[in-house]
Ligand binder design. Structure first.
Ligand code: FES
Length: 289
C-alpha cells in the first residue's frame, strides 16, 4: 500500500486539494462502462450523499470528476466510469488491488430532506442512471419516508441498459414503479420503445403538489422532460436537475465550471429548476418558455 500522509503532513490551507487514497476492490463491466467499487484507506466511510461527486486521480494520468453511484451508509462506494478520455481509459484498464486518489465528496446533491414524505419521480437518460442510482438506493433504504418511488429510465438500445441487475430487481420491487424504454429496440426487447418522455406523458399519473422530480441525463433531454413535468402541473420549485460540467478543482476555486454567477461544482451539481431560470448559460438553451 502507498504511504498515507498523516494529517500534519497534508497542506494546511487547502486540504481539499490533497487526495486521500482508495483501493479498487472490484471492477464490473456494465454495458460500455466500468463500475468500480472502492474502499477508502483505513476503511473509513466516504461520507457522501446522493448526487455528490468525487475527483478521482489515476496516478501518472491525471484527475477527473465522477459521480458516486452507490448510496451512503456503506463501507465501500462505487463509481461508474465511461472510457472517453485519457484518465477514464486508464481507470478502465486498472486492476483490482490498485490504488487511486480521491478528493471529496464535493457539491450539493439531491434534496433528500425535502423529499421525505413526498412522491418521488426520477427520470434518467443513458449514463444519467449512474448518479441517480445513488438516490434510488437511498430512497429504497428509507422507503418508509416516501409514498411512491417512480423511475423512468431511457437507454439508446437494450445492450446499453446500465445496472441491468438493479433495473431487473427494481422492476420486481412492488414498492417501485418502473418505466424502462429504449430508443432502438432489437429482437431481444419486448418492453417499451421510444424516448422517456413517452411514459411521463402517457402513462404516469402524479399529484403535482406532492411530487418531487429529479432528472439526470444528457442536457438535450432536459428541455423535453421539463416541458412534460410542467404540463402535469408541477412547479419549477419541485423539479431538480443535475448539471454536467467538467470540474477541475471541485471546490469553487478555479472558475472552470462557472455559469453566469454560479459555480456548478459547489452550488450544484444538483439545482432546483426555479433557481436556474435566468441563468442564460445554464439553462436557456434547453428550457421551455
Ligand atoms: S471546478 Fe473549479 S470552480 Fe468549479
Amino acid at each position: 500500500m502507498p504511504e498515507i500522509p498523516s494529517a500534519e503532513q497534508k497542506p494546511p490551507y487547502y486540504p481539499s486539494y490533497f487526495p486521500d487514497l482508495a483501493k479498487i476492490i472490484r471492477i464490473k463491466q456494465e454495458a460500455m462502462d466500468a463500475v468500480i467499487e472502492l474502499e477508502m484507506a483505513g476503511g473509513r466511510a466516504l461520507g457522501h450523499m446522493p448526487g455528490q461527486f468525487v475527483q478521482v486521480s489515476m496516478f501518472g494520468y491525471g484527475e477527473i470528476p465522477i459521480s458516486i453511484c452507490s448510496p451512503p451508509g456503506r463501507e465501500r462506494f462505487k463509481l461508474c466510469v465511461r472510457p472517453v478520455g485519457r484518465v477514464s481509459k486508464a481507470l478502465h484498464e486498472a486492476s483490482e488491488g490498485d490504488w487511486v486518489g480521491i478528493r471529496g465528496p464535493f457539491g450539493r446533491g439531491f434534496p433528500v430532506e425535502i423529499m421525505e414524505g413526498r412522491d418521488i419521480l426520477l427520470a434518467a437518460g443513458g449514463i444519467g442512471l449512474a448518479p441517480l442510482r445513488s438516490l434510488v438506493q437511498y430512497l429504497r433504504d428509507h422507503r418508509e419516508g416516501h409514498k411512491r418511488i417512480i423511475l423512468v429510465y431511457g437507454a439508446r438500445n437494450p445492450s446499453l441498459i446500465l445496472f441491468k441487475e438493479d433495473v431487473d430487481a427494481w422492476s420486481r420491487d412492488p414498492g417501485m414503479e418502473m418505466y424502462v424504454t429504449v430508443d432502438e429496440p432489437d429482437e431481444s426487447w419486448s418492453g417499451r420503445t421510444g424516448v422517456l418522455t413517452g411514459p411521463i406523458k402517457e402513462e404516469i399519473e402524479i399529484g403535482p403538489v406532492h411530487t418531487i422530480a429529479a432528472v439526470v441525463g444528457p442536457p438535450v433531454m432536459y428541455r423535453f422532460v421539463a416541458a412534460e413535468l410542467l404540463a402535469k402541473g408541477m412547479s419549477k420549485r419541485k423539479i431538480y436537475f443535475s448539471l454536467e460540467r467538467h470540474f477541475k478543482c471541485g471546490i469553487g476555486k478555479c472558475g472552470h465550471c462557472q455559469l453566469n454567477g454560479i459555480y456548478v461544482c459547489q452550488d450544484g451539481p444538483v439545482f432546483r429548476y426555479s433557481d436556474l431560470v435566468g441563468l442564460s448559460e445554464a439553462v436557456e438553451a434547453w428550457a421551455p418558455e
